[in-house]
Design a protein around this ligand. Structure first.
Ligand code: BDR
Ligand code: CA
Length: 325
């Protein structure tokens, strides 16, 4: 079983990530931590509790950072609505928050488990993880891996080069990418392959019951905003890709790269500047590239769609059995 802390800002795709993490038998979900991102901290924390309540998930939920390290906070109401999770009915929380701040929850959990057993999966701005590193640097060697949803090597979604999670708190992202741990970057190049297609929606509909209904309502709302804002035919399930990769690394193909976050560009602030180790036709021995040769990050390039879709359907089925029992 892979032990995981899911750090999130629900968020439609975050909601699916929570359900996948809680519904997959090879994941031990140690807790959910929240961070301001898609909406304010109050709203995303409420949403995390509602998702857990709707899907019969009972794990510690700890509230974290209310805003980025340096930037002013910017929310993504155009995609996720005023609540941060518009669309599905959001039941009132059936349990209380963990009393700890998310940063302390992360530190306590990583440090109290055996070395190299706890995986961190940040799928909102990386503020909590960066603060946890600053408060307790030993988490870097103690954690097993970090699988982030954020960034992209050919595209952005807030600016031409800026993906929301990295762009919202670039300094925090740079801290996470520079730390000496095993990091995998699941960026937009990968997550734009993970669309909630009509076929996947039909498979989830066939499961029936309240969890299936919740998931379909999630996709209906975010499907409409993605159509309007990006002209996508179906909404990407970004954050669930990071959970899926931890469940089964063969769901993604990765390539080694040096990833730096642009912190001061006029047009490119928040860009994940990605220098691949093995890029045909390029070499990295001279000029500026020589500074970008710390090829420590696993950058996801290809998604195995059928394995990913199967994981989602399987998790919905398992959660449904528990909820209606
Ligand atoms: C990321 O930004 C958020 O809007 C989503 O939840 C996802 O984590 C995609 O850029
Ligand atoms: Ca998110």
């Amino acid at each position: 079983m892979a032990k995981m802390i899911l750090d999130c800002d629900p968020g439609h795709d975050d909601a699916i990530a929570i359900m996948l993490a809680a519904g997959n038998p090879s994941i031990e979900l140690l807790g959910i931590t929240t961070v301001a991102g898609n909406q304010t901290l109050d709203k995303v924390t409420r949403n995390a509790l509602s998702v857990c309540t709707a899907a019969g998930i009972r794990v510690p939920v700890a509230r974290g950072a209310a805003g980025p390290l340096v930037n002013h906070q910017v929310v993504a109401g155009d995609i996720h609505g005023d609540s941060g999770l518009d669309g599905p009915y959001l039941p009132p929380a059936s349990f209380d928050l963990d009393p700890r701040h998310a940063v302390d929850f992360i530190i306590d959990t990583v440090m109290s488990h055996e070395p190299k057993t706890v995986n961190l999966v940040p799928v909102g701005p990386f503020t909590n993880i960066a603060l946890a590193i600053r408060k307790e640097p030993r988490i870097v060697e103690r954690a097993k891996s970090v699988v982030v949803m954020g960034g992209g090597y050919t595209r952005g979604n807030v600016t031409p080069t800026g993906e929301f999670n990295v762009w919202a708190d670039p300094e925090a992202a740079e801290i996470v990418f520079r730390a000496d741990w095993d990091v995998t970057m699941i960026g937009l190049d990968l997550t734009h392959q993970a669309l909630a297609s009509v076929e996947l929606q039909d498979r989830v509909r066939a499961v029936g019951g309240p969890v299936s209904e919740f998931v379909l309502d999630v996709w209906e709302f975010v499907g409409s905003t993605y159509r309007k804002v990006f002209e996508f035919s179906a909404p990407p399930i970004h954050d669930a890709c990071a959970v899926a990769a931890l469940i089964d690394p063969s769901v993604i193909t990765v390539a080694k790269a040096d990833v730096h976050v642009e912190l001061s560009g006029r047009w490119t602030k928040g860009m994940t500047v990605t220098n691949f180790q093995d890029t045909p036709g390029m070499h990295h021995t001279g000029g500026v590239a020589a500074e970008l040769t710390d090829f420590r990050t696993n950058v996801a390039t290809q998604l195995d769609w059928s394995k990913f879709g199967d994981q989602i359907v399987d998790a919905v089925e398992r959660l449904t059995v528990k909820v209606i029992a």
